[in-house]
Design a protein around this ligand. Structure first.
Ligand code: NAD
Length: 462
């Protein structure tokens, strides 16, 4: 729903009252709503696929895989594990505190705000919302206005399927988001670019609201001389050109050992042809750029690069089509190396060895993902030990995000906090520390006056 300021304020107040009523705390309610989210995805599949196609030319297979089934599978993990995650956790009590029993109780934080971007418009909205619900919170989701068709279908489906007393979708752009941010939330979960991330954090600071920021960055792919080049090329090409490069964990650029650079680029060409044919524009499996602004930004990079277009390079503004493109001979000061590309251009830089590659990575902000391709386990381990990133794929790209047991999130400039699987449940929970003590015995040793004998005992207690 698009709502004016007053209505938005009323929604916030309504949801807060619901949270305070205790409706969302019982596990039965949480599970019912998680099942309802799955129903929403199943019942709305056709409409959602059509909407994502309208917004991004997203191929149905990819949209199913990365948006619909992705969320559904994560919800299954929540449903299977919720009882265990929510169970109070016993903690050992030190000798001096005995008798006593200690436990950690996971409690919902209250009212959560989830702000989503446009590139995986279903996954990046519904998955954090599902985690918030699993943890027993009320939640407002704010889809991206840059995927308007998906935003409107999601709002309608949410209204039909979810408990409106506790879960709401509020549509709108920057202005509506800013107004929402003026409200008080108990946690804010934002996915998108870092500049807006800063605004979110500033707004949250006013109310001392904790934030989770899922940002982006330039995720490198390091290709060692020991790598299986065909596999490396295929997996890097898949991760890069999925959703036309508009993926936060896409390999942004490749750092390739000089001995295998030519062979790697040849392999890339072959794999891109195998994926999308001679004319990727006609492929049903290749997406489009989200809007003219991003199209102009990406094609601008292509015009500004001092590298050589080794593959692709064709563009069509009317269709917002940019061919899967590989640029070689790229240097660290190339415009392609300034910011996250977030489009289907893969700059390839040749490096002397993996040490040089690691130095290039470490000179930049810490990325959301890092990929290393090597048959040598030592090389892979060395790259792991010598770098930092939100997540890592060894001999793969993107797929580490689809292992629900792995937390997903950035580090440094690529974000703070994480979700997926149990990490999502924890992000939306407060770990409440509880100690139960019987009234007796109540030895006087800890109480004043601290006599010599008491001091002697206290010094020696473990
Ligand atoms: P976007 O433009 O859709 O913005 C994200 C959200 O912020 C939207 O809901 C939008 O309405 C809101 N917003 C935009 N401008 C605002 C403003 N001035 N004030 C308040 N709210 C505002 O998406 P985007 O930022 O273009 O997304 C792409 C970026 O997100 C990339 O950097 C990408 O790497 C990152 N990303 C990260 C992840 C992750 O999981 N870490 C996932 C996807 C995208």
């Amino acid at each position: 729903m698009t709502a004016d300021v007053t209505t938005r304020h009323e929604i916030v107040e309504g949801l807060r009252a619901t949270f305070e009523s205790g409706l969302t705390r019982p596990l039965a309610w949480r599970k019912k709503e998680l099942h309802a989210m799955k129903e929403l995805l199943a019942a709305g599949e056709k409409e959602l696929l059509a909407a994502m196609y309208a917004d991004l030319g997203k191929p149905a297979v990819e949209a199913r895989l990365t948006d619909l089934s992705f969320v559904s599978a994560e919800i299954d993990v929540m449903l299977r594990n919720l009882d265990r995650w929510a169970r109070p956790e016993r903690v050992a009590v030190p000798l001096v505190q005995r008798p006593g029993r200690a436990r950690i109780v996971r409690e919902p934080l209250g009212l959560a705000l989830v702000i989503a971007p446009w590139n995986y418009p279903v996954q990046l909205l519904l998955l954090p919302m599902a985690s918030a619900v699993a943890a027993g919170n009320c939640v407002i989701g704010k889809p991206s206005e840059l995927a308007p068709a998906t935003s409107s279908v999601l709002a309608r489906l949410a209204h039909c399927h979810l408990d409106a007393r506790a879960i709401a979708l509020v549509e709108g752009g920057p202005e509506e988001t800013r107004e929402l941010l003026d409200e008080r939330f108990d946690t804010i979960f934002y996915t998108g670019n870092a500049s807006v991330g800063r605004l979110v954090m500033e707004a949250a600071a006013k109310h001392l609201t904790p934030v989770t920021l899922e940002l982006g960055g330039k995720s490198p792919a390091l290709v060692d001389a020991s790598a299986d080049l065909r596999v490396a090329a295929r997996r890097i090409a898949w991760g890069k050109y999925l959703n036309a490069g508009q993926t936060c964990v896409a390999p942004d650029y490749a750092l390739v050992h000089q001995d295998v650079e030519v062979a790697f680029v040849d392999a890339l060409r072959a794999e891109i042809r195998a994926f999308y044919g001679e004319h990727p524009k006609q492929s049903r499996d290749y997406a489009r750029i989200v809007n003219d602004r991003h199209f102009d930004r990406i094609t601008g990079l292509l015009q500004a690069t001092t590298g050589v277009v080794a593959f692709g390079g064709e563009t069509d503004r009317a269709e917002r089509y940019i061919a899967p493109t590989v640029v070689t001979g790229v240097r660290p000061d190339d415009p392609l190396m300034d910011d996250e590309i977030f489009g289907p251009i893969l700059p390839v830089m040749s490096v002397r060895d993996m040490d040089e590659a690691m130095n290039i990575v470490s000179d930049r902000e810490r990325p959301l993902a890092l990929y290393v391709f090597a048959r040598s386990k030592d090389v892979a381990e060395r790259v792991l030990a010598g770098t930092s990133s939100g997540g890592v794929g060894v001999n793969c790209t993107v797929l580490h995000t689809a292992v629900p047991g792995l937390p997903f999130g950035g580090v440094g400039a690529s974000g703070m906090g994480s979700y997926h699987g149990r990490a999502g449940f924890e992000t939306f929970s407060h770990q409440r520390a509880v100690l139960f003590k019987p009234s007796h015995p109540d030895p006087p040793v800890q109480y004043p006056p601290y006599t010599r004998i008491k001091r002697w005992i206290l010094k020696r207690l473990p």
